[in-house]
Design a protein around this ligand. Structure first.
Ligand code: NCD
Ligand code: ZN
Length: 345
């Protein structure tokens, strides 16, 4: 049995770092494990201008503890008023790594999101021409559609036509949760990839109602039936370069999670790499872990692979119920459980 696993240092291709005191509380967890992270722009107001992205990047770097090496990769939040020239300039200047598309009102801080993707034709043509990835929160927002079907319907209504019309556009289908998403990505060829979170590998929808309502298992896209979890797991451990690590760690204050209308988002940053390692171990696929965690992402983005390594060892560690103090206390994913792997510092 493998007892120690040394891999190229991983990257997180989807994370919410927030701002202000929360940013300072959560950045060390991500920076400790990951060399780089694609930072989501859904602040209030969202990051849409180059200058805002540069200022946010500086605030993130100021929150990285001494001695940790961490590079935030910034994203541009697309609105109906997105400016293709600003996007192209920011990409050329190395400020932006990608654009993020939230369908309007799909999730937290997405009220400025895009109401009609078709109306963004010039932006999409620009992204395709300059090779800038488009990261998509893939859910329809139609309230008539059952929430558990919103990703599959998005594939059919929006993503399939988009891929057909922009065949050279690099698209990352973010945090996929369904067999339909897996099948679509698998069938789409090298321009379409997907990120996968730890929670969608570990949880099915029973976790939301396990003995009572479980707000800390609630994120968007919501966790699905067991057959979907198994399909997403199979994709993650398949070795296919189309699937890579993106935690979607999304911290919210406890009283905003444990509320009559609780926020969506799971704070998985503190033990993210161990959480993924446990899945690959359970699937007898530790040989595929480095590809998923450290290689497929940079190759898709056209960025260099990290050269340093990290080591994980097989060792039970108990995840605390809470991390942090006072108003900044957060409930981590796996809180109160024991994970079978540990990142060796
Ligand atoms: C994210 C957040 O809180 O910013 N929440 C979530 O459940 N994933 C937004 C998002 O990525 O959908
Ligand atoms: Zn997210």
């Amino acid at each position: 049995m493998t007892e120690r696993l040394t891999i190229r240092r991983p990257d997180d291709w989807h994370v919410h770092l927030r701002d202000g005191a929360m940013l300072h509380a959560v950045v060390p967890h991500t920076a400790r494990q990951f060399a780089r992270a694609i930072v989501m722009p859904n602040l209030a107001p969202p990051i849409t201008r180059i200058a805002d992205a540069e200022a946010y990047r500086a605030r993130i770097l100021a929150a990285v503890p001494e001695g940790m090496d961490f590079t935030p990769l910034m994203t541009c939040y697309l609105t109906d008023a997105a400016d293709p020239q600003e996007i192209e300039r920011g990409f050329a200047q190395g400020v932006w790594a990608a654009c993020k598309l939230y369908p309007a009102h799909a999730t937290t801080n997405s009220s400025h999101g895009v109401t009609d993707i078709r109306a963004l034709r010039t932006v999409l043509e620009t992204l395709q021409r300059i090779g800038m990835p488009l990261l998509i929160h893939g859910e329809v927002t139609d309230r008539e559609i059952d929430i558990f079907d919103r990703e599959a319907v998005f594939v059919e209504r929006t993503l399939a036509p988009l891929v057909r019309d922009f065949p050279a556009l690099k698209i990352v289908f973010e945090h996929i949760t369904t067999a339909e998403a897996v099948d679509f990505v698998t069938a789409s060829g090298p321009m379409v990839a997907a990120t996968i979170t730890p929670q969608h590998l570990h949880l099915n929808r029973n976790a939301l109602f396990d003995g009572g309502l479980r707000p800390h298992a609630y994120c968007l896209p919501v966790v699905k039936r067991e057959r979907h979890r198994l399909a997403v797991r199979a994709a993650a451990v398949s070795g296919s370069p189309a699937f890579f690590l993106g935690t979607d760690s999304a911290p919210h204050e406890i009283d905003r999670k444990e509320a009559a209308c609780g926020c969506a988002g799971i704070f998985n940053a503190p033990y993210a790499i161990e959480s993924y390692a446990a899945v690959f171990d359970e699937e007898s696929a530790l040989d595929k872990f480095a590809g998923f965690a450290s290689e497929h992402g940079p190759r898709f983005y056209g960025l260099p692979l990290n050269t340093e390594t990290v080591t994980l060892e097989r060792a039970g560690q108990r995840v605390p119920d809470r991390i942090g103090e006072g108003a900044l206390a957060l409930v981590p994913f796996h809180g109160g459980e024991t994970i079978g792997w540990r990142l060796v510092d």
